[in-house]
Design a protein around this ligand. Structure first.
Ligand SMILES: NC(=O)c1ccc[n+]([C@@H]2O[C@H](COP(=O)([O-])OP(=O)(O)OC[C@H]3O[C@@H](n4cnc5c(N)ncnc54)[C@H](OP(=O)(O)O)[C@@H]3O)[C@@H](O)[C@H]2O)c1
Length: 213
């Protein structure tokens, strides 16, 4: 049985990911900052733990014994430029200490390339007000790009966005950046979990879109 630890398990995407991991029969550790606010996550045998993804010692202690770590955390209260690089550094250090070799990161579509090979972030239509947040994500990804080859990371992003009302197809396809695309968190979680048991992508960024009808 694969052992999976999810940081940010109380969030919109973290919950879908932890749920899909449990459905697949994985052993699941759900890490949140305050377990009292996420007591429901402990159902079905999920180990609910308190932890901060920017704390390398906490990452090392919590992640020991797992096969895959998933980073779905996002701190809206953090100053620009701080959270994602801090989390990436702590994960790199903590997972190395814990001997966990596989890291899956929930990323941002703005950093995917369009079919023309241009990052969505660099296209004329990209809203400038979202640029600082995208650069924060990019700084986190840069930490991973510079990491030793022993860390088998993968950044998985929606091709466009998550749709709160996007239908669940029970499948997905990989896609370049596509601003119009909306994938449900549940279908996105399928793509993420498919990269746990038999990983197909290594040290790259992939985009996920809904399965075509
Ligand atoms: N278009 C796109 O590409 C797109 C769209 C949406 C989201 N995303 C990305 O998807 C990821 C997940 O987003 P989401 O919508 O699921 O966010 P969310 O619902 O706000 O959940 C994020 C979770 O992270 C947790 N968290 C915050 N700081 C933490 C820390 N220091 N340590 C551990 N956990 C921490 C929060 O936990 P607490 O319960 O402790 O507050 C929260 O439950 C983000 O990276 C986001 O940027 C991408």
């Amino acid at each position: 049985m694969s052992e999976v630890i999810v940081f940010g398990a109380g969030g919109r995407i973290g919950r879908a990911v932890a749920g899909e991991a449990l459905r697949r029969g994985c052993g699941v550790t759900a890490v949140v900052r305050n377990p009292d606010r996420h007591g429901d996550l402990g159902a079905g045998g999920v180990r609910l733990r308190a932890g901060d993804v920017t704390d390398a010692d906490a990452v090392a202690r919590l992640a020991a014994g797992h096969d895959t770590a998933i980073h779905a955390a996002y701190d809206a209260g953090s100053p620009p430029g701080v959270f994602f690089p801090a989390a990436a550094r702590a994960l790199l250090s903590g997972l190395t200490q814990a001997g966990v070799g596989r890291l899956l990161v929930v990323g941002l579509s703005a950093l995917l390339e369009t079919p023309d090979g241009v990052r969505l972030l660099d296209t004329p239509a990209f809203p400038p007000q979202y640029r600082p947040f995208a650069l924060d994500h990019a700084a986190g990804a840069a930490v991973l790009h510079d990491s030793p080859a022993s860390l088998d990371w993968l950044v998985v992003s929606p091709a466009g966005d998550f749709g709160p009302d996007a239908p669940r197809h029970g499948g997905y396809r990989l896609s370049p950046a596509d601003p119009a695309s909306r994938v449900s968190p549940e279908d996105f979680a399928l793509a993420l979990l498919d990269e746990t048991g038999s990983p197909r992508h290594h040290r790259v960024r992939i985009g996920v879109a809904p399965q075509r009808p």
